[in-house]
Write a protein that binds this ligand. Structure first.
Ligand code: AMP
Ligand code: MG
Length: 429
């Protein structure tokens, strides 16, 4: 017998560029076609299913933007003229046409009387003889001064908010200004979330004092669920699925029938012995991607078939995404890949990442062959500080930091270099 050679290690699979991975994911994100109406009060973060067209103009009529006096400019040829006050118009009350040679006491938001073409602010007037029946107009107003034009915000018939717009607090206010108490929105994506890993225990189930050696708390479950909810998803949290084939298959099958996406964390690293990969492969398809990013290299995308007859969408398979288990990797891959996917699923435009250039107040002497997302924080001097421990297991870095530096593959950083910074506020918006 000849001496057995150890099997040569499998050739390293080429890494996939992050942007390519995103393009491939988005190509799978066929927008959900079901829509529903939501109370405007409840619609923050939801995605509009149709254009909102205004049935009225906003503001509905010309109105004053100051407390003062509405005048006809022809009556104020010079500063100091005296005009009798012929009416008083408060916000919410109708105005009579303005009699020539008179002015109207007017308050902010009150409709302009017909014939008036400017407002003189009260600071530019003086009462005559202490009574309220006539005033000196001490400034010659410009045409339209202190008048808010009817329709200057919204014209009748205009598309005020387009389909696909993600509703923000300000857009809810704008929708309300059109008289809309309910809004047409895309239904919430249904996402089943579960964690894998026999080392995981739940806070509350085991006290820190009772932790067995090797056990760690399941932290990913907490931020992933919250991130999903912030994106408008309806989350079925399946908790920790034990490391058994039958249970994993059962969890995937039930989840696929009732969800648009199954999201897992852990167990997608190369060579790991776990049941997620073979189970997804058995029930559908699975691609394990090695993405050229740090943290977050391993990432899985696949589909899980639905049981025929499970519902209207039985012919469309459920999406599957497997995130790496390391908490920072899970967090960053969620923000950069899962989040755009879920927005696209709701028909919302995928937000452009708009990094700003800021000076590094740190050195990164060792380049990585992968594109790196460093946890950093803006400092008072307008630069960026680097969290000292960039390990993908150190979740403190994501709490201490207020954003990421997007550092190209193979690049070192020296103090003062301008680097691309993306704030968590932008990534979480
Ligand atoms: P894996 O991707 O399963 O190889 O896990 C990589 C690392 O992340 C291991 O140290 C795991 O213990 C850890 N990990 C996996 N899942 C979680 C989780 N849900 N919460 C916290 N740490 C996790
Ligand atoms: Mg694991």
């Amino acid at each position: 017998m000849t001496a057995a050679h150890p099997p040569s290690p499998p050739a390293r699979a080429p890494l996939m560029a992050l942007d390519d991975a995103l393009v491939r994911l988005l190509a799978q994100a066929a927008p959900l076609s079901d829509t529903e109406t939501a109370a405007t009060f409840e619609a923050d973060g939801r995605v509009l299913a149709t254009d909102l067209v205004s049935e009225l103009q906003v503001p509905p009529q010309d109105n004053s933007s100051m407390d003062g006096y509405a005048v006809r400019r022809a009556d104020v040829s010079e500063a100091g003229v005296v005009l009798p006050v012929s009416q008083r118009i408060a916000a919410g009350h109708a105005a009579e046409p303005l009699r020539a040679g008179t002015c109207a006491r007017i308050f902010t938001g009150a409709p302009m009387p017909e014939g008036a073409d400017a407002v003189v602010m009260q600071e530019d007037t003086r009462e005559v003889g202490g009574d309220l029946h006539a005033v000196h107009i001490d400034a010659v107003p410009a045409p339209g001064q202190w008048v808010r034009r009817g329709g200057e915000d919204v014209t009748r018939g205009a598309v005020v908010l387009p389909r696909g717009q993600r509703l923000s607090p300000a857009s809810l206010g704008l929708a309300a200004s059109l008289g809309l108490a309910r809004l047409p929105v895309v239904r919430r994506p249904r996402v089943a979330l579960f964690s894998t890993g026999d080392e995981l225990v739940m806070p509350g189930d085991v006290t820190p004092a009772d932790m067995k050696p090797g056990a760690i708390y399941n932290s990913n479950r907490f931020f992933l669920r919250t991130l999903l909810q912030r994106l408008g998803c309806e989350v079925s949290d399946l908790g920790i699925v034990p490391d058994r084939r039958d249970l994993t298959l059962a969890a995937l099958k039930t989840a696929a029938d009732h969800h648009d996406l199954i999201l897992t964390s852990g167990g997608v690293s190369v060579g790991e012995e776990d049941h997620i990969k073979p189970s997804v492969q058995q029930l559908g398809t699975l691609d394990l991607w090695q993405i050229a990013m740090k943290p977050g290299k391993p990432f899985a995308y696949g589909t899980v078939r639905r049981d025929a007859g499970a519902g209207a969408d039985a012919d469309i398979a459920c999406h599957f995404m497997g995130l790496p288990g390391n908490p920072v990797s899970s967090f960053v891959t969620f923000l950069l890949l899962v989040r755009p996917f879920l927005l696209a699923l709701q028909g919302a435009g995928v937000p452009e990442r708009r990094p700003v250039k800021l000076p590094a107040h740190f050195d990164l002497p060792r380049a990585d062959r992968r594109r790196e997302f460093l946890r950093v924080r803006r400092n008072a001097a307008g630069g960026l500080d680097l969290f000292p421990n960039q390990s993908s297991g150190v979740l403190t870095s994501a709490v201490w930091g207020d954003g990421l530096v997007d550092n190209p593959a193979g690049s070192t950083i020296a103090q003062g270099d301008l680097v691309s910074y993306i704030s968590f506020a932008d990534l979480l918006a």
